[in-house]
Every structure is written in structure tokens, then in C-alpha cells.
Design a protein around this ligand. Structure first.
Ligand SMILES: *[C@@H]1O[C@H](CO)[C@@H](O)[C@H](O)[C@H]1NC(C)=O
Ligand SMILES: *[C@@H]1O[C@H](CO)[C@@H](O)[C@H](O)[C@H]1NC(C)=O
Length: 462
């Protein structure tokens, strides 16, 4: 009997080790797979290239290296400054080319204008979540940029309010449901609504929802932790969320989970603004500094203020049962926005979104283009006057986001294995890329692979 059992345990041990090798092997192999994507090939003749290089351009050239805007080539005037904007890569070596702009989502470490010469400035526009591309979470990556436009307030052209139409929109009481009505609705509806359809994300929000659901009812209409169906015409995650009837439904709930897909300073989306507008108190997991952007200091419940899930739940239950205390969170809807930081940002914002576009107003892409154009002209002016020119240098404060975390079964945050791995992948890419930039090296697949391996060995992933 004894030896038989031992045979079994050897078999299990063998199987376990075999599986482990398979998993690790797969991961290591896919490390290489992911860095070996092909750079897009651009077809042109040498004649075409020469023609472009000789073309007389009377303003500094700003080249979108990622073909984000689709602009073949056009002068734009920004106040007293003028620049030539294009996505045509044939301008790369044109004597007037001054800035390369990159759209974060499309930026690839193996497709860059390398070698980089010292007079070339690089700019980053990235309004997206860290989940979209972890490259910019890393200091090494951010250090290669001179100009930035991101959600971080420290970026050069910050767009933290990119999802907020206007202060008037936020203050609207059009959809508001009275507390007594909300109480009545609770015979059919839960006190809390959750509507997310992008599941298993770096912030691990679904796990938090599940933890809370152990103590309190939550209606989850999205695909994540789904437990309630929306009417058919509201199911589309993009269209549906902006639908009049969806607004009316959401407004019936006392609380809305406003959980971002990744945690980063100043990463704030419509997930916060929408419930605020509707008069459903947001329960926020997102930017650690979200307070700075709230309408007033008593307008949202912030998950991080609580030591445990139980404590958070107790607070939600208390507010659900005490109308007077609950209504304090909606006081601002009557008295208006008192957060001066928020109102100043909205008043001074020189870009518009959506329906509140005033005539002649630009979007933030055009806004950033002009911002960079003006900066370059400032330095041109300074050189002409023989003054010292300005130095433009980004750093991790212009984006830089922490490594993803997960909730364990006690509700504590622990490293998030899968996303952590992605995050480290990008760290190695960022370090390698910076090495290429700093040493003015041209890109080569072999050299890149060689270098990235050096960084991978000091990985603290496994
Ligand atoms: C919130 O703001 C109000 C009005 O501006 C102020 O009286 C109150 O002390 C503030 N509360 C906290 C906790 O900061
Ligand atoms: C742009 O950034 C690079 C890399 O940090 C730096 O070497 C260069 O001096 C910067 N250019 C300007 C105009 O500040």
C-alpha cells in the first residue's frame, strides 16, 4: 500500500513539475513574441523621398510619427506661431523637422524614428488608461519625451477633465430622483448599480464588487459579475450608457460603483462624472487624488478611505438607511460646485468635448498641437535674440502609474500576477528603448533582443 501511495505522489509531483515547466516556458517564449512585432512598412520611391526633402516648408515641421490625425501636410496657425503638421514619414529627414509626436496607443518600441538626434523633440499624447499601454507607466519611457498631453495634472497640456462636458452639465438636476422615490425603488432594485463590461482589468474591480456583494445587494447590468439584464436596446456598452432611458434607470439607484479599469493619479473618466450628473452617489475606486476634482468635499464615497470591505459596506448600509445623512452627499446639486480647482480648470480649458463645443473651439488633439507649436516658436525666438533657450523635459509625473494590484479573499490588495507581468514586460521595453535613444542607436531587431534580455534577467517577475 505504502509504496503504491508513494508512486502516486511521485506521479503527481512529476505532473506538477511538468505543468510548471510548460507554463513558465510558455511565458518566457511569449516574452519574445510580444517584442517581435513587425514595424509597419511604408512604400515609397527614392524619387518621392527626394522630392519631399527638397520641398520648401516655411515653418517648423511637426511630424505625427503614429499616423493619428491622418494629416497629409498642412500649415496651421496658432496665435502668432505657425507650424506644418503632417503624418508623412518622408519628412523625417527634412531640415525643418523639429518635433515627432506619438499617440500612446499606437506607439511601438520597434517603430521609432531612430537614431534620435539631439535637436529632435518628442511629444506624447495619451489620454488612455494605463491598461491600454503600460509603456508610459515607467519613468524610463517618460524621460524620452519633451512635451506631453495626458490625464496627469503634471503633464504639459493636461486633459484630466477630458470626459467632462461642462460644469452646467455636471450640475444638472434633470435626471435626479428624490430619496424617498429611491427608497421605494428598492423593493425591486438594489441600492447599488454596477455597469461595467470590460472585465478582469488591472484594478481588479470585479473582485471588489464580488466582495461587497457578500454583504449587500448590487445590480450588475454589464458583462462583469452580471446578474441583471438591461432592456435589449440598452445593451450596447457604448451607445447604451449614453441613452436617455439608461440615465433614468441609473438615477434610481442611491449609489453607483465608479471603478476605473486601472489606478493612476488623475485617471478619471465618465464613470465618475455620469453618476454625479445623475444624482446617484459615486463609490469611487480610481485616481488616489480624485478628491481634488470632486464638486465639493462631500459628493462621493472613496473606497480607499476605508480600512476594509466590511467598513465600506457598513458605511454604505448606514447611508442607505439614513436619508438625512445620504442627502448630504447630494447637497452640492442644490448649492452648486464649490471646488474652485475644478471650476477654474473648466473655465480656463481651451479645448471642448462633445455637444458643448462652442464654435471655433478646438479638441484636445488640436489644442496639444498648438501648444507644442507655440513652445517651439518660443525657443526659435529666444535663439534669434541670443537668449538661453527653454529646456523641455517630461518625467514619470507626466503619466507614470503604479503596478496593478488585486484583491485577495480578505479584500486586501496584493500584486496582480497577470497584469503585473504585462507591466514588467513594458518596463523592460522602456529601459531598452531609452538605451537606444540615449546612445543614438538605429533600431535593429537583434540588438534590441540582446539588450532587452539583459533587463529581463533582473526582472522580479517570477
Ligand atoms: C467641506 O467644505 C465645507 C464648505 O466649504 C467646510 O465647511 C467643511 O469644513 C469641509 N469639510 C471637510 C471635511 O473638509
Ligand atoms: C528633449 O528631451 C531630450 C531627452 O531628454 C533632451 O536631451 C533634449 O535636450 C530635450 N530638448 C529640449 C529642447 O529641451
Amino acid at each position: 500500500m505504502g509504496s503504491r501511495r508513494c508512486f502516486r505522489c511521485f506521479l503527481y509531483l512529476f505532473l506538477f513539475i511538468f505543468l510548471l515547466i510548460l507554463i513558465i516556458g510558455y511565458r518566457v517564449l511569449s516574452v519574445d513574441d510580444r517584442t517581435e512585432y513587425e514595424a509597419p512598412k511604408i512604400e515609397y520611391s527614392e524619387e518621392e523621398r527626394q522630392q519631399i526633402l527638397k520641398k520648401e516648408i516655411t515653418a517648423p515641421i511637426i511630424l505625427w510619427w503614429t499616423p493619428f490625425t491622418g494629416e497629409p501636410g498642412r500649415y496651421r496657425t496658432c496665435g502668432t506661431a505657425q507650424c506644418f503638421f503632417t503624418v508623412n514619414r518622408l519628412y523625417k529627414d527634412h531640415p525643418k523637422t523639429k518635433v515627432f509626436l506619438f499617440y500612446g496607443t499606437e506607439m511601438r518600441v520597434n517603430d521609432l524614428p531612430l537614431p534620435r538626434s539631439p535637436h529632435e523633440e518628442w511629444g506624447l499624447l495619451h489620454e488612455e488608461s494605463p491598461k491600454n499601454n503600460f509603456l508610459f507607466s515607467h519613468r524610463e519611457m517618460m524621460l524620452v519625451f519633451n512635451h506631453t498631453c495626458t490625464f496627469r495634472r503634471e503633464s504639459d497640456y493636461p486633459i484630466t477633465t477630458q470626459y467632462l462636458e461642462s460644469l452646467e452639465w455636471l450640475e444638472s438636476t434633470k435626471y435626479m430622483v428624490t430619496t424617498s422615490k429611491k427608497n421605494e425603488y428598492q423593493s425591486e432594485l438594489a441600492p447599488i448599480i454596477y455597469t461595467h463590461s470590460d472585465c478582469d482589468v488591472p484594478s481588479d474591480r470585479d473582485n471588489l464588487v464580488r466582495r461587497i456583494m457578500e454583504y449587500m445587494k448590487v445590480d450588475s447590468y454589464g458583462q462583469c459579475v452580471h446578474n441583471k439584464d438591461l432592456p435589449k436596446h440598452l445593451v450596447d456598452p457604448i451607445e447604451g450608457m449614453e441613452h436617455e432611458e439608461f440615465y433614468q434607470l441609473n438615477a434610481k439607484y442611491k449609489f453607483s460603483f465608479s471603478f476605473e479599469n486601472a489606478i493612476c493619479n488623475d485617471y478619471i473618466t465618465e464613470k465618475l462624472w455620469r453618476p454625479l450628473m445623475l444624482g446617484s452617489v459615486p463609490v469611487v475606486m480610481g485616481s488616489p487624488r480624485v478628491r481634488d476634482f470632486l464638486p465639493d468635499n462631500h459628493s462621493a464615497i472613496i473606497v480607499d478611505d476605508f480600512k476594509s470591505v466590511e467598513e465600506l459596506v457598513n458605511n454604505l448600509k448606514f447611508l442607505n438607511e439614513n436619508d438625512e445623512e445620504y442627502e448630504k452627499y447630494l447637497q452640492w446639486k442644490r448649492t452648486g460646485i464649490t471646488n474652485k480647482v475644478l471650476s477654474d480648470i473648466m473655465k480656463n480649458r481651451d479645448f471642448g468635448i462633445k455637444d458643448t463645443w462652442k464654435s471655433g473651439q478646438q479638441n484636445f488633439i488640436e489644442g496639444f498641437e498648438c501648444f507644442v507649436c507655440k513652445r517651439i516658436h518660443e525657443n526659435i525666438q529666444k535663439s534669434e535674440n541670443e537668449e538661453e533657450t527653454l529646456h523641455f523635459q517630461a518625467d514619470e509625473n507626466h503619466y507614470g502609474c503604479p503596478a496593478p494590484q488585486k484583491f485577495d479573499k480578505f479584500g486586501n490588495k496584493v500584486p496582480h500576477t497577470y497584469w503585473h507581468y504585462e507591466w514588467y514586460q513594458k518596463l523592460h521595453q522602456a529601459k531598452t528603448m531609452k538605451y537606444f535613444v540615449d546612445n543614438s542607436l538605429p533600431y535593429s531587431q537583434e540588438k534590441f533582443q540582446e539588450k532587452i534580455k539583459e533587463f529581463q534577467t533582473d526582472a522580479n517577475f517570477f
